[in-house]
Design a protein around this ligand. Structure first.
Ligand code: CTP
Ligand code: CA
Length: 225
């Protein structure tokens, strides 16, 4: 199928996509963040809309324009992302967690800007764990038959790491990217393997993020039945 002429196989469905990367504030001017661009999540939102879905896009710090025909909910932190995803997932047929969610956040937020003190070393930054949104929505499905998809960037034994993560998260599909070389954050193209909880393995060749997105929706549609 050529892009833009997709079958309306998500018509009548509500899908939720998270995109971008969370930022965890330290003080009014500083945060801990990551390099996720949000492009893969936006490609997922666009392709789902093109296939007829009602789409809620939970966007964390992307700075990308809202895709046409998509409900965009903007969030900053992991805690805010969790709230927005849980709310949208309540009546969703599928949830795709493409966002890079910070694993940790500063234990304390300084209401005033943190200042240097003459002759003193800086205070260490103490971190606490953030909620694991993907594990949570997978363990407590808002709807029976809801399909849940995670993303993981891995190095070393990419497939073994991906399999272990899929089992740990309890989701139905895990898109595993190998990071390094041309497979970098912010790139227009990507290469991946989609692992299924049913043991399936779907390789997606290096290409536009729309192609990976369409493969994800193909696999989701098959599981929605
Ligand atoms: N994720 C999430 N909530 C978190 C962390 C991650 O929902 N607090 C989701 C991401 O959106 C992604 C998937 O979990 O879809 C995998 O993220 P990843 O960072 O690879 O998983 P972690 O369990 O945090 O593993 P690691 O220790 O390798 O970072
Ligand atoms: Ca992580």
């Amino acid at each position: 199928l050529a892009r833009g002429s997709a079958a309306p196989d998500l018509e009548g469905r509500h899908v939720v996509v998270s995109a971008g990367g969370t930022r965890e504030p330290l003080d009014p001017v500083r945060f801990l963040g990551n390099r996720s661009s949000g492009k893969q999540g936006y490609a997922l939102a666009r392709t789902a809309a093109a296939r007829g879905a009602r789409v809620t896009l939970v966007a964390a710090n992307t700075g990308l324009p809202d895709p046409a025909g998509v409900d965009v909910v903007r969030v900053g932190t992991a805690v805010q992302l969790r709230e927005a995803v849980l709310k949208a997932a309540a009546d969703a047929d599928a949830v795709v967690m493409a966002a890079a969610v910070a694993d940790f956040r500063p234990a304390a937020y300084a209401a005033g800007k943190i200042k240097k003190k003459d002759g003193q070393d800086p205070d260490p930054i103490v971190l606490v764990r953030n909620p694991d949104v993907l594990a949570e929505i997978s363990a407590e499905r808002a709807r029976p038959g809801q399909v849940i998809v995670g993303f993981a960037a891995e190095t070393d034994d990419v497939l073994a790491n991906g399999r272990a993560k899929l089992a740990r998260k309890g989701c139905d599909l895990l898109v595993v990217n190998e990071v390094g070389e041309r497979k970098t954050f912010g790139a227009e193209e990507s290469e991946a393997v989609v692992l299924g909880a049913d043991g399936s393995e779907t390789p997606v060749p290096y290409g536009p993020k729309e192609d990976l997105a369409d493969t994800v929706w193909d696999l989701v549609v098959r599981r929605l039945g």
